[in-house]
Ligand binder design. Sequence first.
Ligand code: CUA
Length: 346
Amino acid sequence: MQAPKIVSSWWSPRLVILAIVGAVAVALLAGCGAVDTPQTALFPRSDNNQVINDLFAPLTWLAIVIFVLVQGLLMYSVYRFRVRDDDDSIPPQVHGNTRLEIAWTLAPSIVVVIMLILTYQAMAQIEAAPPDDALRVRVVGHQWWWEVHYLDHDVVTANEIHIPIDRAVYFELESNDVIHSFWVPRLMGKRDLMPGSTNTIWFTPSEEGLYAAQCAEYCGTAHAQMRFHVVVESETAFNNWLAKQQEPAAEMTGDAAEGASLFISRACVTCHTIRGTDSIGTIGPDLTHVASRAYLAGGIMENTPANVSDWLSDPQGLKPGNKMILPVELSSEDIRLLTAYIRALR
Ligand code: CUA
């Protein structure tokens, strides 16, 4: 008796093509759900980021056209010249066709030249010298936080960079340890912070707001928690902020004053600077006006009393590997007083 024939009639070339087109469409459309997100680079809010986006868009469309053309031809050929039961002849061969070979050498070359010209135009704009009145800010990367110096204003802060709208800001980027990468997706492309040399980048922000940003180069255990924020604000608001940052720490009273004494008597003093006090450590962030910042601990959590308290209780649990290692665990009363102090450093 003959074995039953296995029939594989559930698929056909048309079905496979349909499945591929469907999968590609789903993948593309899935991206449309959340386009205007805080970390998107597709909706630029600065002049130079706009230049990058204006380069990205035509290159992407060019790639899409080429992709569709090449894959379309491929799929057409696979389908059109498939093996048929009633015909075992070989389709026409084009090997050695000089005209075709010249065409498919010339066409990609032209595409590459177009890409080269567009890219050089964009590079010339973003690598040009910044305007003379640009605000100069030096950013030093540390494992895993950002030290921020306003070079013309004697201001040092951390993890939050205030800049005025419609004025160019020129960043000098350095590293204290390993390679980091400075990235504010909506304001500018990435640029590395290299130990032993200075990289620069500049842009002019065009819309006020709080911009999420982060380190974009793997730099060790807490790389993912090396975040920061850029605050773009009106010139008046920026000048007020700058004036406030230039002041030494405020005089403390009550719990905050007790917290200030604790800060000096405990290990805190060895790592942090609080201008106007005896605390002049430089291993960790300058805390002179830490309460004025929106986020804590390298941008990982909002600056609320509860979060300050949680951070003081367990910095290693919240950000494993960071350099804030408490030699002696703080009592809950110590944490309460230190939190009062930190929150008063406006
Ligand atoms: Cu710094 Cu990743």
